[in-house]
Design a protein around this ligand. Structure first.
Ligand code: NAD
Length: 453
């Protein structure tokens, strides 16, 4: 029986390994983590992360060929294939701070593998890492190898939170990069055989190590760039009277462009896009390519611009101040069907409103009040003003909102600012709301109160 061990039981390690286990009954999969609460949660009825379909997959194989454990060293020592799926956040201090990937967790995982291994291993980079990380990892492992043979593979994960299980069941592609040596090719083949249990062969791409590492950063940069492109258009639409949904539809019909990822919004969030682009920018700078670095930096600048444009629109619409005004924020995670709040645009929006002394009540069915408090207390900016956070209890917002009732209870004029273009704006206008939808023709009120971006 092939034994797989995955280091890191997070948003990627947990779902990815659960799907491998459910699709490959002949493989034993153990997911290990240094965080006991995380492992306890994976072994409980309440999993540590929310993903549609994840519960069913975990329950189908947990205790059979899927295990979660804090005994990291034992399971690493016993494994044939080790996935490393630890976090790789942006460095906050030292060389490359604010841009480069922090590989502390990766390095300590690699050193531990070198310490405890007694048999040959295939070590798979599942985390998103800078190009050439495999080389560094290889050095750590081979310099401490005690005669053991290590093959490093890059197998970046392309799942999207909120649809992780679907994405893992039917991936557009699986990418495996390895050394172009006989041993490297053998290792690539071994990993390919795991995925071949459910992924059609033509969807399994094999490349050299560096192409695989760079493809992950490139994919996220291209995806984020589409969002920033349509968001940049949304500002121009508001200025000209064009409708961004109509523009998106029209350009998306061009088969060279395609319809996906063209929705205007308050901006992208999540733990990956910004981090990976900053990482790409840093790599370009280190390789003497400042023009390329600046090109990708602009994707993040537009994203920041879009978030501040949204806050400015809210504030300017209400006579240039929200001080003391009650603002209900519906949704806090970075997108639907996830409880993940890392880099969610809601943090910047709420902080912007709190900075102008609004009374903010926040609700998200997947996010706890504690998490929201922690996120808003984070020290990204130095806030001069005390917070006036009024957490809502989950039961106080129903799935279906009665907007007429809400309108009746609000001070007039009553506003709705839609950061995702999901409400039926015309219906709300009939009730009497002033509605702001990103990139759509502005209500007369909003035209008279231009946002100072
Ligand atoms: P995460 O923070 O949810 O999980 C990482 C886990 O690794 C944590 O539970 C942490 O305790 C554990 N860990 C850290 N060091 C360890 C060590 N030495 N030994 C054992 N456990 C250790 O992160 P994530 O969202 O799962 O992301 C993991 C990687 O995958 C990142 O590089 C990320 O960029 C990449 N990725 C994420 C997504 C996504 O949607 N979240 C998608 C594709 C790729």
């Amino acid at each position: 029986m092939v034994k797989i061990c995955c280091i890191g039981a997070g948003y990627v390690g947990g779902p990815t390994m659960a799907v491998i286990a459910v699709k490959c009954p002949a493989i034993e999969v153990v997911v290990v983590d240094i965080s006991k609460p995380r492992i306890d949660a994976w072994n409980s009825d309440t999993l540590p992360i929310y993903e549609p379909g994840l519960d069913e997959v975990v329950k189908a194989c947990r205790g059979k060929n899927l295990f979660f454990s804090t005994d990291v060293e034992k399971h690493v020592a016993e494994a044939d294939i080790i996935f490393v799926s630890v976090n790789t956040p942006t460095k906050t201090r030292g060389l490359g701070a604010g841009k480069a990937a922090d590989l502390t967790y990766w390095e300590s995982a690699a050193r531990m593998i070198a310490d405890v291994s007694k048999s040959d291993k295939i070590v798979v980079e599942k985390s998103t890492v800078p190009v050439k990380t495999a080389e560094a990892i290889e050095k750590i492992l081979t310099h401490n190898s005690k005669g053991i043979n290590y093959q490093i593979l890059s197998n970046p994960e392309f799942l999207a939170e909120g649809t992780a299980i679907d994405d893992l069941f039917k991936p557009d592609r699986v990418l495996i990069g390895g050394r172009e040596t006989p041993e490297g090719r053998k290792a690539v083949q071994a990993l390919k055989e795991v995925y071949a249990n459910w992924v059609p062969e033509e969807n399994i791409i094999t490349t050299n190590l560096w192409s695989a590492e760079l493809s992950k950063l490139a994919a996220n940069a291209f995806l984020a760039q589409r969002i920033s492109s349509v968001n940049a258009m949304s500002a121009l639409c508001e200025a000209t009277g064009a409708n961004v949904s109509e523009v998106s539809y029209a350009i998306g019909k061009d088969s060279r462009i395609g319809p996906k990822f063209l929705n205007a919004s308050v901006g992208f969030g999540g733990s990956c896009f910004q981090k990976d682009i900053l990482n790409l920018v840093y790599i370009c700078e280190c390789n003497g390519l400042p023009e390329v670095a600046n090109y990708w930096k602009q994707v993040i600048k537009i994203n920041d611009y879009q978030k501040s444009r949204f806050v400015n629109r809210v504030v300017s619409s209400m006579f240039n101040t929200v001080s003391g005004k009650k603002v209900a924020v519906l949704g806090f995670a970075f997108k639907k069907d996830t409880g993940d709040t890392r880099e969610t645009p809601a943090i910047d929006v709420c902080k912007g409103l709190l900075g102008d002394k609004a009374q903010v009540s926040i609700y998200d069915p997947q996010v706890t009040e504690d998490q929201i408090q922690r996120d808003l207390a984070m020290n990204k900016f130095d806030w001069d003003h005390p917070m006036h956070l009024q957490p809502t209890s989950p039961s106080s917002v129903k799935q279906e909102l009665d907007y007429q009732k809400i309108f009746n209870n609000m001070q007039k004029p009553a506003f709705v600012f839609d950061g995702r273009n999901v409400v039926n704006a015309d219906k709300l206008r009939e009730i009497g709301f002033i509605v702001y939808s990103i990139g759509k023709p502005l209500d007369a009120w909003l035209k008279d109160m231009p946002a100072i971006a």
